[in-house]
Ligand binder design. Structure first.
Ligand SMILES: *[C@@H]1O[C@H](CO)[C@@H](O)[C@H](O)[C@H]1NC(C)=O
Ligand SMILES: *[C@@H]1O[C@H](CO)[C@@H](O)[C@H](O)[C@H]1NC(C)=O
Ligand SMILES: *[C@@H]1O[C@H](CO)[C@@H](O)[C@H](O)[C@H]1NC(C)=O
Ligand SMILES: *[C@@H]1O[C@H](CO)[C@@H](O)[C@H](O)[C@H]1NC(C)=O
Length: 342
């Protein structure tokens, strides 16, 4: 017996499981098609400049609805006067102007315009480390790069943990880029860290506005009520954990809080979605009482705890027809805002 309406039957046969897997695969594919991501951009040609990134992300942040969640600010830390380093002998070192502050980092990437490399179609594997001391390093990411033999190309690495540590007081000794198979120098022509930041002022402003409760979750709205009532629970979805390579092209957000609905819907619930649900709840109760008398099956089900209000999600993706561009898409009804018995 669970909170949900779906009946869980323990003894599925092998046939049912196989059938179910095929059906699930079809449902997943139709989801990708509906979201417009059933095909991938050419990975080798992705070349998103800093200007393209900042301009599209600025638009995206303006589109984001701040009634449901705190919208971060985009911050760009450029590395000016790049000096040439001998990258054949030592890994490339870069120190970005980021220091301790009261802000919170949601995510951060380093964006580099790297010079052409000799071999066109072959890939090179590059490792990014955070420098912690003369010999101490913290591994951040290994990445396969498809650099061109003719023109420079943009690439990016996730540096969220490093930026997080600098803002929280760790000494900023910079980042180190290690390339094993590189023949030419790896001195970037441009370098910047872009970060999604939650500022202290904005957070303070939000807590003043707390009458605008973003999302009604179980913890707040139903705190005093009976346990296990139908309400909204937290569910964090990280796109890269889902089994679709198509989702790797999502630039923002990397994860989001989708929420789900769970809980009991008794006849005396004060959280019915519609007038119809109230009637259904009553009918269920009436039938239940009759059933006790004439020993028949109750044909009227209880109401289900289900989303009653959903929000759209803005997504920034690499444009599959032009891998030098990003696009902002709106995916409808991706986030539960409220739950009710329905
Ligand atoms: C990548 O984009 C930059 C402009 O930001 C351009 O100068 C460069 O030629 C492009 N490289 C390739 C390989 O397309
Ligand atoms: C680049 O290509 C040359 C031959 O064109 C080859 O000998 C060399 O191993 C290649 N280097 C890498 C890093 O793939
Ligand atoms: C979801 O993510 C938020 C923000 O990172 C975190 O505070 C929260 O504990 C997470 N919730 C769950 C259920 O993992
Ligand atoms: C029930 O119907 C009344 C009259 O139309 C309406 O004002 C009210 O909002 C409805 N309640 C719900 C929960 O839909």
């Amino acid at each position: 017996m669970g909170f949900n309406c779906g009946a869980y039957i323990g003894a599925w046969t092998v046939f049912v499981i196989v059938y179910l897997n095929i059906t699930v695969a079809a449902v997943e594919f139709s989801l990708l098609a509906d979201l417009g991501i059933d095909s991938l951009p050419d990975k080798q040609k992705i070349n998103i400049s800093l200007e393209e990134y900042t301009s599209v992300i600025t638009t995206y942040l303006q589109l984001k609805d701040d009634t449901f969640e705190e919208v971060p600010e985009l911050r760009v830390y450029r590395l000016d006067n790049l000096r040439q380093q001998d990258t054949s002998k030592h890994p490339l070192k870069m120190v970005f102007p980021i220091s301790i502050s009261t802000e919170q980092v949601e995510s951060a990437s380093v964006r580099l315009l790297l010079p052409p490399q000799q071999n066109d179609s072959s890939t090179i594997t590059v490792r990014l480390n955070q420098i912690l001391g003369t010999r101490r390093r913290r591994f951040l990411q290994d990445k396969e790069l498809y650099l061109s033999s003719r023109s420079p190309k943009w690439c990016d690495f996730d540096v969220t943990p490093a930026v997080h540590s600098w803002i929280n007081g760790q000494r900023n000794l910079g980042l180190e880029l290690v390339c094993l198979g590189c023949r030419n120098n790896l001195n970037p022509q441009q370098a910047a860290i872009t970060a999604m930041i939650h500022t202290a002022q904005k957070r303070a402003k939000r807590s003043l506005e707390n009458s605008v409760k973003r999302i009604s979750d179980c913890s707040t709205r139903h705190r005093k009520g009976k346990k296990n009532k139908c309400c909204r629970h937290e569910m964090n979805v990280t796109f890269k954990d889902l089994p679709f390579p198509q989702l790797e092209n999502i630039v923002e957000p990397k994860s989001y809080e989708a929420g789900f609905c769970q809980g009991l819907c008794p006849a005396q619930s004060n959280n019915f979605a519609t007038n119809h649900s109230r009637i259904q709840g009553m009918m269920h109760q009436i039938k239940k009482n009759q059933v006790k008398v004439d020993n028949k099956k109750n044909t009227i089900p209880k109401t289900c705890c289900a989303p009653s209000k959903l929000a759209d999600l803005q997504i920034v993706m690499v444009n599959k027809d032009n891998p030098m561009k990003l696009t902002v898409q709106t995916w409808e009804k991706m986030q539960v805002v409220e739950c009710a018995c329905s």
